[in-house]
Design a protein around this ligand. Structure first.
Ligand code: CMC
Length: 428
């Protein structure tokens, strides 16, 4: 294979190339420092591959997203969320028997330790659900200790993975019930993943939960579309934390915290708040766009732009089409949809957005669908976390399956003071 050549100080250094199955090519710079004393600088990792991975393929220019080779559009149309979780973690779609074992493991691990219920009482009523989620997931590492060992082991990993995928849904629903002062609802063994979550969220002795297949499918689609997105901010955090051999619960907790930020998963909450602000303050679409373009204004158009997608976000495309279909079918009205459509139309014609290749991303449409399902706005990012969990787990496993496990440890270019000495207080 070809090699890349770097000429530094008149001396040639050859570096091997690495090619992926979709012909993505990288220069392997792992020996660069030993040979030349140089490091590479890439703030925000805009151009740095941190690993090789066989889980998810993205072509940002063509708007392609595939899990283990299967297009996201096919999975959104035909698969169940637990099938997709299995696909991501274990590499292939499950056969009937594998699916049965996996589902059984999820059911067996769906309840949370009763003592953990007391934790909910410790949070103030204003606590953000993402703070609660991260805390509770980390707490799982003290309640389900027999599931993990220092060495990564297949049997305990299977249990830990199922424990997380199943319990995160219970934790999220309990946190909502607690926030509205209602008693929690235990999971039911005969319900499927999305239905069980909705049941725990919305069932009560006075208002029994009435299943609606359209709503349940809408939720499954949302979870599937979020299930993995290769080396994004939160997944990279999971890998980085896991690379120190921190346990899976702790690594996922760190990923959840990274996801919370408004530039990442937190954008879905911000989008709805932004659309509500436009509606309530009677802002014009032009005013919004001008504020987003103004470098002195803190206003950003949430739900627009992406580090990788420079054509369109395939997840947003699936969601937009699905929203149009389901809203018509259910005769669902929401003023925010019209505002969102107007905003999208206007940005697609605006040179600032065209030049910078800023298109609606997954968070632009997901919030509108969560609203229809009845999820409160401050829980949108929790929904993103539930969806993203299988991907985070798959990436953590892939890293641990790769021998040897390398601790993540970037370098830096130091720009601080040169050597100077301590000055006693009275002389300062
Ligand atoms: N509104 C206004 N201007 C924007 C926006 C936006 N949403 N996004 C990017 N820009 C501008 C930015 O100011 C910059 O302009 P200039 O070149 O004049 O300085 C240019 O576009 C490039 O932006 P960047 O911030 O350097 O791009 P990035 O790749 O570092 O950031 C991003 C990507 C997603 C953080 C950013 O587009 C953004 O902040 N978007 C809004 C938040 C959002 O919707 N996040 C969800 C992302 S999708 C879900 C997920 O996977 O996390």
């Amino acid at each position: 294979m070809e090699k890349a050549t770097l000429i530094f100080n008149g001396k040639k250094h050859e570096m091997p190339m690495v090619k992926g199955t979709e012909n993505e090519t990288a220069i392997d710079i792992s020996q660069l420092r030993q040979e030349t004393g140089l490091i590479t600088l890439d703030v925000g990792y805009q151009n740095t591959g941190a690993c090789t991975s066989s889980i998810t393929f993205i072509d940002g220019d063509k708007g392609i997203l595939r899990y283990r080779g299967i297009p996201i559009e096919e999975l959104a149309e035909k698969a169940s969320f637990t099938e997709v979780a299995y696909l991501l973690i274990y590499g292939d779609l499950p056969n009937k028997e594998e699916q049965q074992i996996f589902s059984q493991r999820l059911t067996q691990n769906s309840m949370i330790h009763e003592e953990m219920l007391r934790f909910f009482d410790g949070f103030p009523p204003t606590a953000h659900p993402m703070a609660i989620l991260a805390t509770m997931v980390n707490s799982m590492s003290v309640y389900y200790t027999d599931y993990y060992t220092e060495d990564f082991q297949a049997e305990t990993f299977d249990l830990m993975a199922a424990s997380l995928i199943s319990r995160i849904r219970t934790i999220a629903a309990y946190s909502y019930k607690h926030s509205i002062g209602h008693p929690h609802v235990y999971p039911k063994r005969d319900l499927k993943y999305a239905s069980n979550f909705l049941y725990m969220m919305f069932d009560s002795p006075v208002n029994p939960y009435v299943p609606d297949p359209d709503i349940e499918r809408a939720l499954s689609i949302l979870l599937i579309l979020h299930a993995d997105h290769e080396q994004n901010c939160s997944t990279s955090t999971v890998r980085l934390v896991g690379s120190s051999m921190a346990n899976l619960y702790a690594s996922i907790c760190a990923g959840i915290c990274a996801l919370w930020g408004p530039l990442h998963g937190g954008a879905n909450q911000k989008v709805i708040e932004m659309l509500e602000q436009i509606k309530n303050d009677r802002l014009t679409i032009r005013q919004c766009i001008e504020s987003a373009k103004d470098k002195n204004s803190k206003f950003r158009l949430f739900g627009f732009g992406h580090r990788v997608y420079k054509n369109y976000d395939p997840r947003a495309k699936v969601l937009k089409e699905y929203c149009e279909k389901i809203f018509k079918k259910c005769n669902y009205q929401d003023q925010l949809i019209n505002i969102a459509m107007e905003l999208e139309d206007a940005t697609l014609k605006d040179p600032f957005f065209i030049e910078r290749k800023l298109y609606p991303n997954v968070d632009f449409y997901s919030g509108i669908l969560y609203r229809m399902i009845g999820i409160p706005t401050d829980m949108f990012t929790v929904m993103f976390a539930i969806g993203r969990l299988p991907g985070m787990i798959a990436q953590w496993k892939e890293m641990h399956d790769t021998v040897p496990l390398k601790i993540g440890r970037p370098r830096q270019i130091y720009t601080g003071n040169n050597l100077r000495h301590y000055v006693p207080m009275e002389e300062r």
